[in-house]
Write a protein that binds this ligand. Sequence first.
Ligand SMILES: [Mn+2]
Length: 319
Amino acid sequence: MTDRLTLPIPAGEPTFLGSPACNDLAELDADVAVLGVPYGVPYDMANMQAPSAAATRTVREQSRRFADEVRTSWDFTFGGTLFNDTPLRIADCGNVLMTPGDHAGNSARTTAAVRDILDRGAFPLVLGGDHSIPIPVMRAFEGRGDLCVVQLDAHIDWREERLGIRDGLSSIMRRGSELDCVTAMAQIGMRGIGSAREAEVQAARAWGSVIVPAHDLHRDGPDAVLARIPSAARYYLTLDMDGMDPAIAPGVNDPAFGGITYDEATALIRGLASKGRIVGFDLVEIVPTADVQHLTSYLGARLALNVLGAMAWSGQFGG
Ligand SMILES: [Mn+2]
């Protein structure tokens, strides 16, 4: 093995859905590879220890509540078992190895780990961490075909920089727009004071981003929003949990009222899998210390499973 990219889940700690661990990406043999990325690029010393870093553990822990029955019980949302009886092989690859203060190195290791997962033919299911994490994840898709990035979020995340930091959580969609592989994007759930400034909205629209405020989704419904998402063969989905309504996802840094409901998110995920292939997914911005009864981690785990379920029902595994 060359330089180590990941740290395995320690013995006794939860893996996602109780899945087997993969401790060496070179030996990965699975349909789905779960990868934790606890840290992104902080804006200041106070955020060096990101409050979302603990979510890589809490989402795995809450996912185990589904583990016993997910493959056998009837799911009324899908009209069958969640994975449509697909013998989905999930491996938990642990967390990207993080070195304190080495943000560029951590970012590079994240990109390299996702590249390894893609090279091994597995679907990357990335657990954050804060919302800067999709930047190094999306970089791993360069040279592998065009992508439409779909973001569920309250915030537009089009800042050129903040406090001199270009790869922070406020800039992910702008950094994404600069990648050759990102040819389209849709941003759904936008709302709240502080979501964006006018110049950023103009920059996003000028680039071609389809911006869907949360109230459009509530008024028009998921099918109408799905019709506005650019047609593409390949989609990358990023889910910032503050996109969800704080009534069901209270454990976030920045709760914003009027958010996406569970049914809306699930319908969007299922519809996206019908429009094209979902090639990568990340779940970010859960803050366990702000959570109520682990609800946000539990919901995050469920929505991650719904992504896999939607893909399974659309025949995106094993083909
Ligand atoms: Mn956000």
